[in-house]
Design a protein around this ligand. Structure first.
Ligand SMILES: NC(=O)c1ccc[n+]([C@@H]2O[C@H](COP(=O)([O-])OP(=O)(O)OC[C@H]3O[C@@H](n4cnc5c(N)ncnc54)[C@H](O)[C@@H]3O)[C@@H](O)[C@H]2O)c1
Length: 257
């Protein structure tokens, strides 16, 4: 295999959750450009547009709608995916949400909701799709952690989100070690402040917050979704065959500063 071919994903079937969002959509396009057959997944049928865009550009893509916070729906989606497309050998567990709230004011339901989607949902998704990979003895899983899972980010306030992302990072470390000799690698990407609609939910529309983020992120700008996507493509590919249990920060230096 040539040096360049090790980065390619020809013939791989890769599921991407949160595919209708900023990072997920960019990841779908990137993975398809690397040769993968992409199964774009999000919670409603709007995700069909992502698959259509990829097909219009000459790539291979289909879509499926399910809610990652419902374990029965995730298991059913896994069964449907395998029946329609065959065995899945790559997963980008990326669906997530955030909200702004002071630390002592989260309601029970708000706390449980962010855990259900960001932490339980990633686990339900990995659990469902990794089973086939473990049986086949081959596969690669990438989840989306965050700078908020490794540092106390400021000035935004979302302790539930931060804890959920720390959990995702550690889930990937632990599962990567557990499955290291079974042919399945598990890693995470750790985005810094990235230019998607999610930032609007936590303050990007406020110039002072934006200025603070620009100052804190050494690269001096937001990270682009395409920059997260290339890290995901790398981790899913054989170019990363020696890498498991790692959190690859794509944060313009934020976590080091
Ligand atoms: N944008 C950032 O600055 C940033 C930074 C660090 C981490 N992240 C993480 O990146 C991931 C992608 O976020 P984004 O920035 O692209 O935001 P986004 O809001 O554009 O995309 C999130 C996607 O997840 C989907 N989703 C949410 N809940 C779901 C559910 N229950 N079931 C299925 N799908 C669901 C949404 O429909 C949406 O399409 C998230 O996990 C987020 O926490 C984002």
């Amino acid at each position: 295999m040539s040096a360049i071919d090790r980065f390619r994903l020809d013939g791989r079937r890769v599921v991407v959750t949160g595919a209708a969002g900023g990072i997920g959509r960019a990841a779908c396009a990137h993975l398809a450009a690397l040769g993968a057959h992409v199964l774009a997944a999000d919670r409603d049928q709007g995700v069909s547009a992502v698959a259509e865009e990829i097909r219009a550009a000459g790539g291979r893509a289909d879509w499926i709608a399910f809610d990652v916070s419902d374990p029965d729906a995730v298991n059913a989606a896994q069964g449907e995916a395998v029946a329609r497309f065959g065995p899945v050998d790559g997963l980008f567990a990326n669906a997530g949400m955030s909200y702004e709230k002071p630390g002592a004011e989260h309601t029970d339901e708000e706390w449980r909701r962010v855990m259900r989607i960001n932490l339980d949902g990633v686990y339900w998704t990995i659990r469902a799709f990794a089973r086939g990979m473990l049986e086949a003895g081959r596969g690669s899983v990438v989840a989306t952690a965050s700078i908020a899972g490794v540092k106390a980010v400021r000035p935004e306030l979302h302790v539930g989100y931060d804890v959920s992302k720390a959990g995702v990072a550690h889930m990937c470390r632990v599962l990567g070690v557990e499955w290291a000799r079974r042919g399945v690698r598990v890693n995470a990407v750790g985005p810094g402040y990235t230019d998607t609609v999610m930032l609007a939910e936590v303050g990007i529309q406020q110039p002072a917050v934006m200025a603070r983020w620009m100052d804190d992120q050494p690269i001096g700008r937001l990270v682009e979704p395409a920059e997260i996507a290339s890290a995901v493509g790398f981790l899913l590919s054989d170019a990363a065959s020696g890498i498991t249990s790692q959190i690859l920060m794509v944060d313009g230096g934020y976590s080091a500063a």
